[in-house]
Structure formats: C-alpha cells, structure tokens
Design a protein. Structure first.
Length: 159
C-alpha cells in the first residue's frame, strides 16, 4: 500500500513539474523587444477566437490551428503591422467569426441575433402548443350510447 502511494505521489509530482515547464516554455515562445508589444500580442490573442474550439480564444486554446494563428499574429507584429491589420488578416482568412465581437453587418446578422430569434421562435411555439390544447367540442351522448354506458357500468360492478 505504501509503495503504491509513493508511486502515485511521484507520478503526480512529475506531472505537475512537466505542466509548469511547458507553460514556461510556451510563454517564452514569442519574445518581444518591449513589454508593450508583449501586452499587444496577449490582447490580440485574447480578442481572436479559435475557429476549432469556438468558445476559446487563441490565448487559451491548445488546438494546432490556434497555435498556427498565434504564430501568424507574432509574425505580422514582427513585420510592424498594426492591430487592425492583424485582425483584418485573420478576418480575411477565417471570416468574422474569428472575432469575439464581430462588427454589425448583414453577413453577421445571424451571429448577433440568431440566438434571440431561436429563443423567440421557441416561445411562440410553446404558446401555440399550450393554447392549442384539446379544442375538440364534446358532443353529448345519444340515448343509445347512454344506455350502453349504463349497461357496461352495471356489468363491471357485477363482476
């Protein structure tokens, strides 16, 4: 028992140090001459969305496409491109979806209002289903049906 615990402790410790060293290596992969450019790079990586992960920005994603995009952002910044030019390059290549806050245009209408439209349609459908319940008018029983019902009730009570 003690040996198993020791083994697992060593494994967890080794895993922790490996993760820390990978994080340090990743952080120094994009060296800049000054702190301003480092902050600019970090801001761009946070403002651009990973096209594969869709709910993560480039800074948080470990997907290969996000790594390639970070490399391209770094390359464009080294070429002296402005933030708008870097974002423009990414939008030209990946579309407006790559932005976390895409501009309001006709081709991004569904990105902005799609969830609201789907919610409204769901509410309308719910109201229609709730109101459209059983609207059949009940017709009164005929005398023959009443006699048959009474007979069935009597037979059921007798058994």
């Amino acid at each position: 028992m003690n040996f198993v615990f020791l083994r697992w402790s060593f494994f967890l410790l080794l895993s922790g140090f490996s993760a820390i060293s990978l994080a340090v290596i990743e952080g120094h992969k994009y060296p800049f001459d000054n702190q301003r450019d480092t902050e600019r790079f970090n801001q761009l990586a946070e403002d651009l969305r990973c096209p594969k992960c869709q709910n993560q920005n480039l800074a948080d994603s470990n997907a290969p496409v996000a790594r390639d995009m970070r490399d391209k952002v770094y390359e464009l910044m080294q070429q002296g491109k402005s933030d708008d030019e870097v974002v423009g390059y990414m939008v030209d290549r990946y579309g407006d979806f790559v932005r976390y806050n895409p501009p309001m245009r006709t081709n991004t209408f569904l990105l902005w209002f799609g969830p609201l439209i789907i919610f409204a349609l769901g509410l309308v459908l719910l109201v229609m289903v709730r109101r459209g319940g059983n609207k059949k008018q009940m017709t009164p029983l005929t005398d023959a049906e009443k006699q048959r019902l009474a007979q069935l009730k009597k037979e059921g009570a007798d058994s």
